[in-house]
Design a protein around this ligand. Structure first.
Ligand code: NAG
Ligand code: NAG
Ligand code: NAG
Length: 473
C-alpha cells in the first residue's frame, strides 16, 4: 500500500485538475508498477495496419514510464485473447492517412466538447471511460453526447464494459470481516454512541443529501465526523482524508455503529460507491440513497435500508428507532454475514465473472481491461472489413449513462432556499445539454476545430432552444 500511495501522490501532481477516485488511482498505479509492458520495445514506429488506442486524457497514459519519449507508440498485448494492438498519447496519429482503426480513449470526468478530437474520420472510434460520478460531467448524461461514442465503460450494468461493481474489491470483501456483536453495539449505545454515523466532507452536491440528513438529525441522533453537518471529531483527525477511505482504523470506528448514512452525491441507477459497499464489509447497515435499483447489488435484499421506501425523514427515523430497540429485527439485516457465500446470485456471479480486478496484482485491472476490450473490438472490425462482411455501425445508446436531472432529496424544489447551490446543479445539468447537442452537431458537420462549440451553442440560443427554457422550470 505504501508504494501505491507514494505513486498516487506523483500521479496526483501530474493530474492537476483531474479528480480521480482512489480506485482508479489504484488501477492506474498498478498499471505503472507492473512490468506488464516491460518486454515491449521502446519508441516503436507506428505500424499502419495494427489497431491503435490513442489516450486522449494524457494524464492517465499508463505506458509512458516504460520509455523516455511521450510521443512513443507502445505495443499492447492482451493475454486473454492473445491479440496485440498499439497505444500512444501522441495526438498526431489522428492526422494519419489510411484506414488504420484508432480508438480514442476518452476519460469522461475531464472531457469537454471544446476539446473534442476533431475532425473525426470514419476510421476513428471514440471510446468513453466514465466510472466516476455523473456530477463530474453532466454533458455525458445526455443521449446527444453519448451518441458520438462507439464504446463505453461506465458504472451502468448495460455499458459495453460495465464497472458497476468497481467498489467491491472482491467477493471476500463482503464475507471476510465479522460484525461487532449486538451486545457490544448495545453497550456502546448506552455509553452515548449514536445509532447512526455520517461521514461526508463533500457538501452541496446534486443529490441534496445534507438537507435530508439535517432533517433526519432532528428526529434521531447521528454522529457526523465529516465537514458536512459536523458534530463529532475522530481522535485521529487525518481519518477524514479521502486517502483513508479504505483504512482499517477508520473501518474499526465506523463498525461500532449500527447504521451508516450512505447517500451518493448524485442519484443515478447503478451509480454505487464505497458508501454502499463499505457497510457490508464492516457489518453495519447502510441507510442508502442513490441508485434506486441498488438493492440488486446488495448481498441480500434485506441487507440495506432504502431511503426511497420512506415517506419522510421522520418516518425513516421511526423505523430506525424500531430496529435500534429490537435486536432480532436488526440482526436480520446482517444475516448474510453468517455465511461465506453471498446470497444474491447477481452480485456473486458478477464478481466471479468479471474479467478485471481492482487490487493491482494483475495487469487485468479495469483500465487495462478496457484497453484490451477496445483492442479486441477493433480486431473484430478489421477482420470483418478484410473478409468483406458488412460493418454494422455501433453507437453508444442512452442506457449506457442515462442520468436524470438533480432532484430535491425530499419535499419539492420550492422547499430549497434560492441561495442553496442545489439550483446551480440543476442549471449545470441543462446547460450541459446545450454542449451535448453542439458536440453531436459538430461531429455530424465534420467540424475541424472544436472551438466552434461556442458558435453552435449561440445558434441554439437564438433558435429558441437552450438551457434557459429549462432553468425557468
Ligand atoms: C423531524 O422530521 C420532520 C419531517 O421530516 C421535520 O418536519 C421536523 O422538523 C424534524 N424534526 C426536527 C426536530 O428537526
Ligand atoms: C456468470 O457466468 C456463468 C458461466 O458463463 C453464466 O452462466 C452466468 O449467467 C453468469 N452470471 C452473470 C451474473 O453474469
Ligand atoms: C462510430 O460512431 C460514429 C458516431 O456516432 C458513427 O457515425 C460510426 O458509424 C461509428 N463507427 C462504427 C464503426 O461503428
Amino acid at each position: 500500500m505504501n508504494i501505491l500511495y507514494c505513486l498516487s501522490g506523483i500521479l496526483g501532481q501530474k493530474m492537476g485538475k483531474l479528480k480521480l477516485n482512489a480506485v482508479l488511482i489504484t488501477a492506474v498505479t498498478a498499471f505503472l508498477t507492473l512490468a506488464f509492458f516491460s518486454r515491449q520495445p521502446h519508441g516503436k514506429k507506428s505500424d499502419s495496419n495494427t489497431p491503435l488506442i490513442l489516450w486522449w486524457t494524457k494524464e492517465l497514459y499508463p505506458h509512458i514510464l516504460k520509455s523516455g519519449n511521450e510521443n512513443d507508440i507502445h505495443d499492447v498485448y492482451c493475454p486473454r485473447s492473445g491479440l496485440t494492438c498499439q497505444s500512444t498519447q501522441n495526438r498526431e496519429v489522428l492526422e494519419e492517412d489510411g484506414n488504420r482503426l484508432i480508438s480514442v480513449f476518452i476519460y469522461g470526468t475531464d472531457f469537454r466538447a471544446y476539446e473534442a478530437p476533431l475532425p473525426r474520420k470514419p476510421n476513428h472510434l471514440w471510446a468513453l471511460f466514465h466510472e466516476e460520478s455523473p456530477q463530474n460531467n453532466h454533458m455525458l448524461c445526455h443521449m446527444e453526447a453519448l451518441s458520438v461514442f462507439n464504446y463505453s465503460a461506465t458504472f451502468k450494468r448495460k455499458s459495453d464494459f460495465p464497472l458497476t461493481t468497481q467498489h467491491f474489491p472482491n467477493k471476500k470483501y463482503i464475507t471476510s470481516r465479522k460484525p461487532i456483536s449486538i451486545e457490544e453495539k448495545n453497550r456502546l449505545r448506552k455509553e452515548g454512541l449514536a445509532p447512526i454515523v455520517y461521514l461526508i466532507s463533500h457538501c452541496d452536491v446534486p443529490s441534496d443529501r445534507d438537507r435530508y440528513v439535517y432533517n433526519l438529525m432532528g428526529n434521531i441522533s447521528i454522529d457526523s465526523y465529516g465537514a458536512c453537518l459536523h458534530n463529532k471529531d475522530f481522535k485521529d483527525k487525518s481519518l477524514t482524508n479521502t486517502g483513508k477511505m479504505l483504512d482499517d482504523e477508520l473501518y474499526d470506528i465506523l463498525a461500532k455503529y449500527k447504521f451508516q448514512i450512505a447517500f451518493e452525491n448524485s442519484n443515478c441507477d447503478d451509480y454505487i460507491t464505497e458508501k454502499f459497499t463499505r457497510p457490508f464489509h464492516i457489518g453495519s447497515v447502510p441507510i442508502y440513497k442513490g441508485s434506486s435499483s441498488a438493492r440488486d447489488w446488495a448481498p441480500s435484499p434485506y441487507s440495506v435500508i432504502m431511503v426511497d421506501d420512506f415517506e419522510s425523514p421522520a418516518s425513516l427515523a421511526e423505523f430506525i428507532r424500531h430496529l435500534d430497540e429490537n435486536d432480532e429485527a436488526y440482526l436480520k439485516y446482517l444475516d448474510y454475514k453468517n455465511s461465506d457465500v453471498i446470497p444474491n446470485s447477481l452480485l456473486r456471479e458478477t464478481l466471479e465473472n468479471r474479467t478485471w480486478t481492482l487490487d493491482g496484482n494483475d495487469h487485468n485491472n479495469f483500465v487495462g481491461g478496457y484497453e484490451c476490450y477496445l483492442c479486441e473490438q477493433m480486431h473484430e472490425l478489421k477482420n470483418r472489413g478484410e473478409s468483406g462482411q458488412p460493418i454494422i455501425p455501433r453507437v453508444v445508446p442512452h442506457s449506457h449513462l442515462d442520468c436524470p436531472p438533480p432532484e430535491p432529496s425530499f419535499g419539492t424544489i420550492a422547499d430549497i432556499p434560492p441561495n442553496n447551490p442545489f439550483h446551480n446543479w440543476v442549471n449545470d445539468y441543462w446547460q450541459s445539454l446545450d454542449q451535448a447537442v453542439a458536440l453531436r452537431d459538430m461531429v455530424r458537420d465534420q467540424v475541424t476545430d472544436p472551438e466552434h462549440l461556442w458558435s453552435y451553442i449561440e445558434r441554439r440560443y437564438h433558435s429558441g432552444h437552450g438551457a434557459l427554457q429549462h432553468t425557468e422550470l
